[in-house]
Design a protein around this ligand. Structure first.
Ligand code: EPZ
Length: 418
């Protein structure tokens, strides 16, 4: 698994991309789905599991809990029947954000969890107060000592929970714990991301009673037990968006397959506004060569608004557009580290907390640059494809956390990348 482990990606820019690329299953779904399996009393089988670093780490954490995981290609058979509770005080917990889904899942199953705070991309402050408030509303007590969080409940009782912000993580964590809470829980102002629908449809196959996922009000009737299931994970909308942007930047004619176009409407409509020529089918987006690009403004928002995760990759494309593009980042005010790196390549981007201004029409040149987080890395790969000369992206491990086989997929459509 994860074959592309070298820590530097080298790209010789200027090659035209042509052909077909297939998107893998969704990282932000699978990273919620894997921890949720601890709630099952029977075997769970997952298809099309992406080969990414975050999945490997979560499998190690499952094994730490004595959950048996067997991989056969991209299929995972997960057997939680002999699960034993242990405190998740393992360094791996701090390597990714999604380890926090063990909080909701283990609290639901064992009424107790003690673990390190999660890590994940450094995007500025990423509090989890809404998760903890949600657990408290269900009757849990929280104790925090340094980096260790302990959550305990004698019994979980359903409640009406209003989220001050439609947080993806808090919605999922509360949904997980509430599956085993007595009575009815409602989450108001819930996040509506497709990954939440995917997780809830899997939990419902396991016998959960969740209604309304994908809307701002989710209702969960607690149950006593969850059984096994077979589940196919949805395609990754952010990976799809990344390849579509790369194709808009350097493509002659690229078809991105395994896409749910409704999941990326905010992106495709912005790209069309920029002058990118697109054709959308039921499960693909075809991108034609688009030499003339116009500047556009975007504001990142929770789904179905423009995804913060695509703001960074789109910035690279904006350097090519005629005029000034403005980005207002409302989710992670400090998610602009890629701008520094792009400026090293010849871009002209002003940025400060909450916003950036991309002065377009600046050709990029290759140099040594650093991925500081996952989507920064994706932005730099696109920039490297666009640039004149050779680009060396250091700290490429950030990229392998979320992009399955990115080097071989890009090479297959004509990129010179290794
Ligand atoms: C998820 O992060 C994704 N991660 C992120 O993907 C994505 O950028 C983000 O949702 C927004 O779409 C995973 O799914 C593992 P949030 P999450 O809770 O759950 C504030 C990527 O590149 N907030 O919706 O952490 C928070 O600070 C990654 O794939 C609180 O204030 O996002 C942020 O400003 C990075 N208190 C905003 O809400 C809380 O208790 C959105 O956070 C929780 C969140």
């Amino acid at each position: 698994m994860v074959k592309e482990m070298e820590d530097i990606i080298r790209i010789k820019g200027g090659r035209k991309l042509k052909g077909e690329v297939t998107v893998s299953s969704c990282k932000n779904s699978v990273v919620a789905i894997l921890p949720s399996v601890v709630m099952a009393s029977e075997i769970v089988k997952l298809y099309d599991v992406p080969d990414i670093k975050d999945v490997q780490i979560l499998i190690k954490l499952l094994e730490f809990l004595n959950v048996k995981v067997r991989a056969d290609g991209d299929e995972l058979t997960i057997d939680p029947t002999n699960i034993t509770y242990v405190d998740l005080l393992d360094d791996d917990v701090m390597k990714l954000r999604a380890s926090y889904y063990f909080m909701g899942a283990l609290l639901g199953r064992f009424k107790h969890v003690r673990m390190y705070s999660p890590g994940g991309c450094n995007l500025g402050p990423r509090p989890i107060d809404l998760h903890l408030k949600g657990f408290e509303a269900l009757g849990a007590r929280i104790k925090q000592e340094g980096n260790i969080i302990e959550i305990t409940a004698d019994e979980l009782l359903g409640d009406d929970i209003y989220l001050d912000f439609a947080s993806v993580g808090a919605t999922i964590n509360i949904m997980l714990a509430a599956c085993f809470a007595r009575g009815r829980t409602t989450i108001e102002n819930a996040a509506k991301e497709p990954e939440i629908i995917d997780l809830s449809s899997m939990l419902n196959k396991m016998g959960a009673q969740i209604r309304g996922a994908g809307t701002s009000e989710i209702t969960i009737h607690g149950v006593n037990r969850l059984k096994g299931c077979i589940h196919d994970i949805i395609p990754d909308r952010i990976e799809a968006g990344t390849y579509i942007i790369a194709a808009a930047a350097c493509g002659e004619d690229v078809t991105v397959n395994n896409v749910i176009p409704q999941h990326i409407e905010a992106l495709t409509s912005k790209l069309e506004e920029m002058g990118v020529k697109l054709e959308q089918g039921s499960d693909y987006v075809r991108v034609y060569e688009s030499p003339e690009l116009k500047a556009v403004d975007i504001i990142t928002q929770p789904f179905p608004g423009f995804a913060t995760d695509l703001q960074q990759p789109l910035t690279s494309l904006m350097t090519k557009a005629k005029g000034d593009s403005k980005i207002e980042e409302t989710i992670y005010a400090e998610r602009f580290k890629h701008c520094h790196e792009l400026n090293q390549m010849g871009a002209n981007i002003e940025y400060r907390t909450g916003e950036s201004l991309v002065h377009g029409g600046t050709p990029l040149h290759g140099t040594d640059i650093f991925a500081t987080d996952l989507r920064c890395g994706a932005a730099l790969v696109i920039a490297g494809l666009m640039a004149d000369g050779e680009t060396f992206i250091h700290n490429a491990y950030h990229i392998y956390r979320g992009y399955d086989s990115i080097v071989s997929k890009l090479r297959a459509i004509g990129a010179e990348i290794e």
